[in-house]
Write a protein that binds this ligand. Structure first.
Ligand code: FMN
Length: 220
């Protein structure tokens, strides 16, 4: 499965099987985390076999069941877009490895004993992780025309980028972003007002890059 196929098959999953993640898979995820942390300066950590985070009243409210593993996306104030951009790389790596995920900003309990939070850092968000009881279902998307503007005829690479961006998970499936093709090969992406839209933007930008081809255009 390549990254684009992982995007197409990924959907939020909140109910997991009682199946441990094996050590090879954990090692592969930790390699990817190391790469993301080096590139971004984030302090992402993989927490396994820790049922407490998703065992609280809030977690029931969010309808999570049997979730014992998660990525803790730890970083500094202002790291929200990077949290989305790099967190989604881990989501897609997990999908390629046969796991399922769900981004979670609200409905979990912070277990500060297991997560290392250095001075000036905070938990920005977590990503629930495990073998899903189902693969989830595709989200409803706004039309492409509501999510982008393009002055000239839309080039194929931009359409491919938009199709991938429309597959991106966003908080409450709000899709509050706008992508604009301003002139030859230059693209701007903006978060619109709403909760967690800057984090959403990081996720959306990663999807767009994979769909369009990272060397095809430049971000404004
Ligand atoms: C930044 C962010 C925060 C989210 N927070 C929660 C949450 O607190 N609880 C929850 O159940 N789902 C949460 N989600 C999952 C979204 O509801 C889900 O991704 C969205 O409905 C799109 O569905 P999909 O992931 O299946 O494409 C969050 C997603 C994102 C991107």
């Amino acid at each position: 499965m390549n990254t684009l196929e992982a995007m197409q098959s990924r959907h939020a999953v909140r109910s997991f099987k009682n199946q441990k993640i094996d050590s090879d898979t954990i090692a592969a995820l930790n390699n990817e985390i190391d790469r993301c942390n080096k590139e971004s300066g984030l302090h992402i950590q993989l927490i396994t076999e820790e049922p407490e985070a998703f065992n609280s009243f809030l977690a029931h409210y969010g309808k999570f069941s049997n979730c014992n593993n998660y990525f803790a996306i730890v970083g500094r104030k202002g790291n929200e877009e990077a949290a989305g951009y790099y967190g989604e790389q881990l989501v897609l790596k997990a999908q390629e490895l046969g796991l399922n995920t769900c981004w979670v900003v609200l409905t979990y309990k912070k277990n500060k004993k297991r997560i290392q939070i250095d001075n000036g850092e905070k938990i920005i968000i977590v990503i629930a992780l495990g073998y899903g009881t189902t693969q989830g279902i595709p989200h409803k998307s706004k039309d492409m025309a509501q999510l982008c503007t393009c002055k000239a005829d839309m080039p194929a690479w931009f359409r491919n980028g938009m199709e991938a961006a429309m597959l991106a998970p966003t908080a409450l499936n709000q899709q509050k972003f706008m992508i604009e093709l301003t002139d030859d090969q230059a693209v701007s992406a903006k978060a619109l007002s709403g909760m967690n839209t800057v984090l959403d933007l990081g996720i959306v930008k990663y999807h767009f890059e994979i769909g369009a081809g990272v060397n095809t255009f430049k971000w404004l």
